[in-house]
Design a protein around this ligand. Structure first.
Ligand SMILES: Cc1ncc(COP(=O)(O)O)c(C=O)c1O
Length: 456
């Protein structure tokens, strides 16, 4: 006898359900979304391949954002799909505490080989937020196991985005992500951000002015004393606040000051990791080696949730001193090193290597720069920023409605130009899959230019 549920004529197969608009949208509380506005006019994606999404209404949407800075190898890559399918049928899940399975070990060796030399150890998470909170906890615990447990302060930066955990929003510097959530972590301070339109507007690549902003760390050291500071965390290139680039020499200066005072330096490379700026990591491209790197997104090409924290040999060794039977770090996630995520990541690394995708941002970076800067002079464009295959077009805010112009460009690009961009406030951010070619670049900027003109 069939239950009322199974007797229903409505399709039940998720693959079928995934390609048409849902009958009801009420129950799902969407993240970082104006829920009521969205549900009145949804933007729903049904499938994706290579450089394109297909919307549920059958339109081909050019992906200018690699999903959400995730799909660096493009969408639905057959190798990655097959790896996930095979793994799901072989070992769906294995506990990760005091147990294991082979893949996270194999993957960690591959990842360590890609990282800057001292960062030879990998701790798995499931997201960028978890990677950040993990790195902050490792920093605090590292000082404690070395007998410097008074180093409890964490330093972030204004306009920084480090995900949504309590650690991440505490060191982050975006007011909307912080102000609703109480007192946050104690003992956190912030460096000034490096966005300076007055001196650096329309810079090509790294801005010339602002390296001295790193010296603000000396001021914080003078205020708090180095002996109380555990770590500094920054994004080498800040993404979520609208693509903010490090001024020439800035990251080097931060490294020097951290080293001088025994403060750990953490680079949050959740968006810059895995080829976005022409090397596997921005640390390599900028020639600055941090003590930890947080990653997610491009690690598994977005095909399965996964994050990882890369940790230096010195930090790791500091934990490996107690009795052998003692758990060295009381931290981890049920899904750390999940079999499907590991399979996705291993296949992703193969695609990156076989197609030499990390070099793409080098090879196409000049053309990308030329085309994005050709938007200078369009209505309301007040700055254009680029590095590797990252771009941002900042629009003047409407005096009465900050953010509304950026949102309108984002929406019109999707509905009228079949182009996916991101808006953060009035900044349009771009981060395409690294598989794109010159024609895709032309299409992205032709469509974005038309949208900016239409929105004037
Ligand atoms: C620099 C940075 N850190 C952390 C995060 C958080 O990642 P997730 O959304 O996977 O938690 C993001 C997300 O965009 C990010 O850009």
């Amino acid at each position: 006898m069939s239950s009322p549920d199974t007797a229903s004529a409505a399709p039940r197969d998720p693959a079928t359900l995934a390609t048409s608009a849902p009958e009801r949208t009420d129950a799902y509380w969407m993240p970082f979304t104006a829920n009521r506005q969205f549900k009145a006019e949804p933007r729903l994606l049904a499938s994706a391949e290579g450089m394109y999404y297909r919307s549920v209404d059958g339109r081909e949407i050019l992906d200018g954002t690699a999903g959400l800075w995730c799909c660096n190898a493009g969408h639905a890559r057959p190798q990655i799909v097959a790896a996930i399918q095979r793994q799901a049928a072989t070992l769906d899940f294995a506990p990760s505490f005091q147990m294991g399975h082979p893949l996270p070990f194999v993957l960690a060796e591959r990842l360590a080989a890609l990282a800057p030399a001292p960062l030879q150890h990998v701790f798995y998470t499931n997201s960028g937020s978890e990677s950040v909170d993990t790195a902050l906890k490792i920093a605090l615990a590292y000082h404690r196991v070395r007998g410097e447990g008074q180093r409890t302060r964490l330093i972030g930066r204004e306009k920084g985005y480090h995900g949504v955990g309590f650690g991440g929003i505490s060191v982050g510097g975006l007011a909307n992500n912080r102000k609703f959530f109480g007192a946050l972590l104690p003992g956190v301070d912030h460096l000034p951000h490096t966005l300076d339109l007055r001196r650096n507007a329309f810079s090509r690549g790294l801005p010339k002015h602002g390296a001295e902003l790193a010296d603000e760390l000396e001021r914080l050291v003078a205020l708090h004393d180095a002996s109380t500071i555990a770590a500094v965390i920054v994004e080498p290139i800040a993404g979520s606040a609208g693509v903010i680039l490090p001024p020439e020499g800035y990251l080097q200066r931060l490294r020097e000051i951290c080293t001088k005072h025994g403060i750990l330096l953490i680079f949050d490379e959740v968006i810059t990791g895995f080829g976005r700026v022409g090397d596997c990591f921005a640390a390599q491209r900028f020639g600055v080696v941090p003590d930890m790197i947080t990653t997610a997104k491009g690690l598994s090409n977005g095909a399965a949730p996964m994050g990882a924290v890369f940790v230096s040999q010195a930090i790791h060794e500091a934990f490996m001193n107690g009795p052998e039977g003692a758990i060295e770090l009381f931290h981890g996630y049920t899904y750390s090193g999940h079999p499907l995520a590991c399979a996705a990541a291993l296949a992703t690394l193969d695609v990156y290597a076989e197609e030499n995708l990390f070099a793409a941002a080098h090879e196409l970076g000049d053309y990308w720069e030329e085309r994005i800067h050709a938007l200078q002079g369009l209505p309301n464009v007040i700055d254009i920023r680029n590095y590797g295959l990252v771009g941002a077009v900042e629009l003047a805010a409407r005096p009465d409605a900050p953010g509304s112009r950026g949102y309108e460009v984002f929406k019109r690009a999707f509905h009228e130009q079949n182009l996916m961009v991101r808006c953060t406030g009035d900044t349009i951010a771009l981060s395409p899959p690294l598989i794109l070619n010159r024609e895709h670049i032309d299409r992205i900027f032709d469509r974005l230019g038309a949208t900016i003109r239409a929105t004037a």
